[in-house]
Design a protein. Structure first.
Ligand code: LMR
Length: 394
């Protein structure tokens, strides 16, 4: 039977991790997978995480099961972090999941149970695992235009034209902040218009929220999702602690479902517990507990916020520095958009052949669509990257 299996297409981002590791060149530069690196090129365990882990090891008395939906303290802390006062009392269901990807999976499965064959819309381009997971789940897929290749900003007119075809109960995936892969984001007014449209269409917004704190700050990054929660009857949110807590490998995420009324929320709660049970039983607890400890201890929380803010500021400096280096090297302002984008990523708009030349000639790895992980840049690497982009351009 196993001989019936066929090779699966590799995920473009994960494939790059292996290619980079296999490259023997010392001067190689990894701008592929979205992992934050500090000025020394390290991805350190955050200070508050270290402290919380030490406390956990010291104080934890049992590794027995917690609950199918995860630890309530973690769910409450994450609800507060993501939604703050906007959380709708009695209409929200939270489920701990293995990472943000796990949250997306569980929510797509919920959609499939509620409406088999439902249509899921995602931006073109988007994180490659969105289309892959929607297909894997057997759901219908539609795309909406998002990125303007000329301005490297949002193609909002194209987006609204495409979303005009959304039907009732279609699911529309939106990146809550720090759009992956482009780095181009909706303005507050554009968020309002998208919300108006989805309300009119009676569609289900699905917010992928993986980068809170990496764009304009913890609160500012959550503003759009919070405002939308206040306006729509139903909504799905997948949040991740991989990036903002640096807990990548510990797999810490949460799925939130906003329901139209408390009766539906009661049923949905049981369904989410059941979906967890069917897929992996209990969600991983270690990283979730670490997050709960940090968020419920004022000192640890302040230290975590301070370190996260240092990371965000570093990414902003790298953005400005790279835009300036490219200005000098190209004698033009074509790449000024890099300083305007937010989050870890920017899509540079380079042709695929140039991306390959950068890899082959200069050992610079970026995703094939010319997405660069800004947070992967060493401080002294800005000029070199700018020069390599110019020298590989024809
Ligand atoms: C990325 O887009 O590089 C990150 O979200 C990591 C991943 O899982 O793809």
């Amino acid at each position: 039977m196993l001989q019936n299996l066929t090779q699966q297409p590799p995920d473009k981002i994960i494939e790059m991790i292996g290619m980079f590791r296999a490259d023997p060149r010392a001067e190689k530069l990894d701008l592929g997978v979205g992992v934050y690196k500090d000025a020394e090129g390290r991805t350190p365990v955050m200070r508050a995480v270290k402290a919380a882990e030490a406390r956990l090891v010291e104080q934890q008395e049992s590794k027995s099961y917690v609950a199918l939906l995860g630890d309530q303290g973690y769910l409450d802390a994450m609800q507060d972090l993501v939604l703050g006062d906007a959380a709708p009392e009695g209409r929200i269901v939270g489920a701990a999941t293995p990472g943000g990807t796990g949250a997306i999976h569980q929510l797509l499965e919920l959609v499939k149970m509620a409406k088999p064959g439902a249509t899921v819309w995602y931006s073109d381009p988007t994180w490659p695992n969105h289309p892959a997971m929607v297909k894997h789940m057997g759901l219908g897929a539609r795309t909406y235009r998002y990125f303007d290749d000329a301005t490297r900003g949002v193609d909002f007119d194209g987006m609204m034209q495409d979303l005009a075809e959304v039907a009732a109960d279609d699911v529309v995936i939106l990146h809550g902040c720090c759009h992956n892969p482009t780095g181009a984001n909706l303005s507050p007014e554009q968020w309002d218009r998208v919300t108006d449209l989805l309300l009119e269409k009676q569609a289900m917004p699905f917010i992928d929220f993986a980068y809170q704190g990496f764009g304009d700050g913890l609160e500012a990054d959550a503003a759009a999702v919070r405002k939308m929660v206040g306006r729509v009857p139903q909504m799905l949110i997948a949040a991740s602690c991989s990036k903002n807590f640096g807990l990548y490998r510990d797999r810490v995420g949460v799925a939130f479902v906003i329901c139209a009324d408390t009766e539906t929320a009661d049923v949905t709660k049981g369904v989410m517990a059941s979906i967890n049970r069917l897929n992996f039983s209990f969600p991983p607890d270690h990283g979730a507990k670490v997050v709960e400890i940090i968020l419920s201890d004022p000192e640890l929380k302040a230290d975590w916020q301070a370190e996260l803010e240092e990371m965000r500021q570093r990414m902003l400096q790298l953005r400005t520095g790279l835009a300036e280096a490219l200005r000098r090297e190209t004698n033009g302002n074509d790449f000024d958009f890099v300083a305007e984008h937010r989050g870890m990523f920017s899509r540079l708009g380079l042709p695929g052949e140039q991306v390959l030349r950068l890899r082959d000639q200069a050992g610079i790895y970026m995703v094939g669509d010319s997405r660069v992980n800004i947070a992967g840049l060493p401080d002294e690497g800005l000029e070199g990257l700018a020069r390599a982009i110019v020298s590989t351009s024809e």
